[in-house]
Design a protein around this ligand. Structure first.
Ligand SMILES: *Cc1c(COP(=O)(O)O)cnc(C)c1O
Length: 435
């Protein structure tokens, strides 16, 4: 007899609900597996086509001139993203840094950046110079202007208003699109929706630089924004494209002339991409990129399971379990601070690393609200690993993402639900089982 052993004290009713949830989400899992298979082939083909060899993993020091492994990795990544060129470096300290290098790399004094997806992600607001927390050295300090076009009430991009601003204001040099939802409840943008925006922008201003904050979007769909008309995109390696293996870093990818400009900002005008030693990071960056399609699939399954379970428990979730996804993020509207804190503490206690830590809300640099973050990860702050964050503000939504493998991700979600149950926060358990 195949008797399941109990390693965690999960209420039998939750276990039963989880089993029913998994029945219901089977079609979504099939779609995820099919995408992962195709993306894995794309990445494998890029490795083979570029002739990745063991010698690519050697470490360089100092200036890092002539580091063949570093340069080849950037070729492999550009091929995997199906764009002209890419910078993929451990020297990018986080996603915000990669985005910042891209913005400063291509914008000049007197230019305007027009964000068509409403208010950008919290940390980018400081980069632009519109955060409540004043920071020196912002785009604004350098005479680069910013304007946003708010999303429509349904969360979609207001294309007519965006085009109107493009026509009226010749200083708009860049159209900026944030693919993922960040700490908002709008839907993430699919690459098809990004294509629609790009086509419309090109008709009014063909020379506009269309830049995409691609954080959390990589390998979720079959193609990336640059295939659909974007000129430049950037993201973090401790999210999707690092596959849970890269221990730091980020990327900028897209049109080769723009990537070159960014390289002069990353290092110095003149040296550009030629400098930058790899200090032994190459092997894990190659390995992480190779694993990324699979790991993104596991994270997506974890997100769909979370959506399915919590909607059965009576919570509003977005996206819905069966909805098409453009990133790995799952929001659950937990309705009150106590539930939010219990959920995050549950995720933490179900993590492989730092399970004994008890996360509390705190004033995190770069953010305007108190934030609670659960991340028991091998890489500090890695959010391709199971993690949950939430600003303490209405409607007390949590944003969870990651999961290096589905079995562990599912367990983490169950432990979070169990903690909420123990804190008296789940009222509808009996009724959700009788449905
Ligand atoms: C994660 C993220 C960033 C960058 O954040 P870092 O924490 O600096 O890596 C930017 N934009 C969005 C939408 C993100 O999700």
């Amino acid at each position: 007899m195949n008797q399941a052993r109990k390693f965690f004290d999960i209420d039998d009713r939750l276990t039963e609900l989880a089993a029913r949830t998994e029945q219901e989400i089977r079609p979504a899992f099939e779609r995820i597996e099919s995408n992962a298979f195709q993306n894995q082939q794309k990445v494998l083909a890029a490795f083979i086509h570029n002739g990745v060899g063991e010698s690519c993993f050697t470490s360089s020091t100092g200036y890092g001139y002539g580091d063949v492994g570093r340069d080849k990795l950037e070729r492999v990544f550009a091929d995997a993203m199906e764009c002209e060129d890419a910078l993929l470096r451990h020297n990018f300290m986080c996603g915000t840094h990669a985005l910042t290098v891209a913005l400063f790399g291509v914008l000049r004094p007197g230019d305007k950046m027009l964000c068509v997806t409403g208010m950008p992600y919290d940390t980018i607001q400081s980069v632009i110079g519109i955060s409540q927390q004043a920071a020196g050295g912002s785009l604004k300090d350098f005479g680069i202007a910013f304007e946003k076009v708010d999303l429509l009430p349904d969360g979609s991009v207001d294309i007519p208003s965006s085009l109107k601003r493009l026509r009226e204001d010749p200083s708009v040099k860049m159209v900026y699109i944030q693919r993922s939802r960040g700490y908002s409840l709008r839907p993430s943008l699919t690459v098809e929706q990004i294509e629609e925006i790009c086509k419309a922008v090109r008709e009014v201003k063909p020379e506009a630089i269309i830049m995409v904050d691609n954080c959390y979007g990589e390998f979720v769909q079959l193609t990336e924004p640059c295939v659909h008309g974007a000129d430049l995109m950037a993201g973090s390696l401790i999210k999707n494209p690092g596959g849970g293996i890269a221990s730091t870093g980020g990327y900028i990818a897209g049109r080769s002339d723009l990537v070159e400009l960014c390289s002069y900002r990353l290092s110095t005008p003149g040296t550009g991409r030629e400098v930058g030693c790899t200090l032994g990071h190459s092997r894990e960056m190659y390995m992480g990129l190779f694993s990324a399609p699979h790991v993104v699939g596991e994270a997506l399954k974890t997100a769909v399971f979370c959506a399915g379970l919590f909607s059965r428990l009576g919570y509003d979730v977005t996206p819905q379990p069966d909805e098409a996804r453009a990133d790995i993020i799952q929001s659950v509207l937990l309705q009150n601070p106590a539930s939010l804190i219990a959920f995050c503490q549950g995720i933490q206690s179900g993590s492989p690393v730092d399970s004994m830590a008890l996360p509390e809300p705190w004033d995190m640099p770069g953010y305007d609200n108190k934030i609670i973050m659960a991340s028991g990860s091998f890489t500090l702050g890695s959010s391709i690993e199971l993690s949950a964050d939430a600003p303490l503000r209405e409607p007390y939504a949590v944003w969870m993402q990651g999961g290096l493998n589905y079995a562990a991700g599912k367990t983490g979600i169950l432990i979070a639900a169990q903690r909420m149950l123990e804190k008296g926060q789940i009222k509808a358990l009996a009724s959700s089982l009788s449905e």
